[in-house]
Design a protein around this ligand. Structure first.
Ligand SMILES: [Zn+2]
Length: 122
């Protein structure tokens, strides 16, 4: 551990003294931290994030060129979950693109989807 690095409690930010592997200033902080980490809120968010990341990976994997047409069956077969996306974009014509981060899709006719990649930076 370099001299100039100040270790702080992961929960309250208080400076830590003592053992180099110490992470908390007190048992209260350790317990509070672990409770928060394991709370239902956190595990719900974690599982949503996992689904979103998987969705994005599936879209990206099926769309190496940046614009591809795939069937709904193909997406479902890969484990895609249509309930989860990060944003929507509606064109003036009324078409609605759904995005999982930068990877998007547009429903076409006959259970086909157009996969696209968002280019603009937020
Ligand atoms: Zn603390």
């Amino acid at each position: 551990m370099p001299e100039n690095s100040v270790r702080t409690c992961l929960e309250c930010g208080e400076k830590l003294a003592g053992r180099a592997d110490k992470k908390f200033c007190s048992d209260a902080c350790r317990i509070a931290y672990n409770n928060r980490l394991n709370s239902d809120d956190t595990s719900y968010m974690r599982s949503v994030n996992t689904i979103l990341r998987r969705n994005r990976r599936i879209l990206q994997g099926l769309n190496p060129t940046g614009k591809t047409r795939v069937s709904r069956e193909k997406l479902l077969e890969k484990g895609f979950d249509f309930s989860y996306f990060t944003s929507q974009y509606k064109t003036r014509e009324g078409a609605v693109y759904h995005y999982c981060y930068d990877q998007g899709y547009l429903e076409l006719d006959n259970h086909q989807y157009l996969l696209v990649v968002k280019k603009e930076v937020l």
